[in-house]
Design a protein around this ligand. Sequence first.
Ligand code: AVJ
Length: 326
Amino acid sequence: MARSPGRQRAARLVFSSSIVPADDFREDVIAGLSLPRKALPPKYFYDAAGSRLFEAICRLKEYYPTRSELALTRAAIGDIARFAGNGSTLIEYGSGESMKSRLLIEALRPSAYIPVDISADALRQAAATLQRLFPWLAIHAVHGDFSQPLKIPMAQGRGRRVVYFPGSTIGNLTPEEAHAFLRMTRGQVGPSGAMLVGVDLKKDANVLHAAYNDAKGVTAAFNLNLLARINRELGADFRLRRFRHYAFYNAPLGRIEMHLVSLAPQTVNLGNYRYAFEAGESIHTENSYKYSIGEFRALAGSAGFRGEKVWLDSKGLFSLHGLIAA
Ligand code: AVJ
């Protein structure tokens, strides 16, 4: 292929790391298992095995969010790109490996694309793929934890800053945490910035229940892999057959809760720590909050954004909110 350096901006693919200390996982597990009501942070689901299991979840017939969000993005892509504005600096929380990200980049033609992800491997792979697909695109991949305050390299971007946060990952946060998170994002995008955020909607509890209790047991395997990962990486001795996946919709709190329930009285060792479990005692591993359109707009409003646009899939299962700095 002939190059024409004067005509096309050279593609740039840059990596930077806001280092995630290796000890965090161990400390977070020890802290979580020491709570009176044991809990583990859901961000640790996504080791290599967990990421593969999550991809399998996304293909399940019961798990509607991935398909619904892709369908609504396809259907409204022109409108979504107009909302975000051509030539913007697009920051994505997540590696950007998805089809949705490709659709958005293609339609928006951002001046720079900044994916932020905690998994270095996923990030590298996704960035390399996107660079092949979009040779004109300046990519600056940031390895870091977007749930913590984070410095985003803005030097190469022009235009307004738009944060893309698909997948309803925001549902993993409590409303209080989501508020703080949206405030942080509002600071990153500045007074002329915007945000596109995928949010799962409240709906029939039976539909929600099925999505987190699939017939093939993939979600159960995904949940239990967290214990397998703790065994593998931290040398603990969880016996996986003595725990069971349990997920239910907590209607008063508007969230799916995932737990791992101990089937018998037992103790688990992690280094010098010993954790006692009663029969029926659980480890709370994930919340997945569901918001009506009005509820999410109110939350965004309290964090310095105005809900300007919202797109839904044809079945009304999932929403994409277009927020602008207020
Ligand atoms: C990736 C956090 C959006 O909450 O639905 C899927 C994770 N957990 N099945 C969700 C998940 C169980 C998912 N998020």
